[in-house]
Write a protein that binds this ligand. Sequence first.
Ligand code: SAH
Length: 248
Amino acid sequence: MDIPRIFTITESAHRIHNPFTPEKLATLGAALRLEPGTSVLDLGSGSGEMLCTWARDHAISGTGIDKSQLFTEQARLRAEELGVVDHVEFIHGDAAGYVADEKVGVAACVGATWIGGGVAGTINLLGKSLRTGGIILIGEPYWLKLPPTEDVAKACDAGAASDFLTLPRLLASFGGLACDVVEMVLADQDSWDRYEAAKWLTMRRWLDANPDDGFAPEVRARLSSEPERYAAFTREYLGWGVFALMAR
Ligand code: SAH
């Protein structure tokens, strides 16, 4: 079981697989006013940066599940590096349908809401692991400005313009799912650049090291086209944020 290889090539050097900087992740951790000992479940935990740094900075305990073997290994290494191996656990597996044995104080899915079949399904899934009064974290894109055509939406890597809402509509939609929005931290263009532009150097180095790999033509095509595509579309049209929710 694993994710498509293109991600483990382009994001192999990322610690955060989202348009968030370490500073924004720290801002989010502080904003949630985490009590020491809070248990955090993270579906699609990637390379574990959120759980590992929050274990270090806020003494939370955490469980992460991720479908990528590479990212899960990187998460375990990061836990060792930060001295939090006794507080965080990383499971390599499919998080679809995953429910924790013991209820948690924070249940998160940050940039992987397809795991629950969309935002509503993911809130429902996370809710099954959440103790009463706990916080759900959803990381999700939104439109900074509505794409004028479906082609523009697709150029932003959306399946369709209808895949995402504007920020006011996204916030309102959480209310429609019987949730209060109690906090949020948003990406900005600089933090998007950290996510997207970091892929370019990784791709270039991978190409230099693997010129004869069967995947090289695809990576080469991406590296040639991505900077312009990103600047013209994603960077202009797409926002992203992590939203903290509590059941009403
Ligand atoms: N939350 C992490 C990773 C976000 S990227 C961060 O912010 O850094 C999306 C992640 O979802 C990737 O790590 C990918 O491997 C993982 N993923 C995709 N489908 C999954 C599934 N069905 N179950 C578990 N993880 C999945």
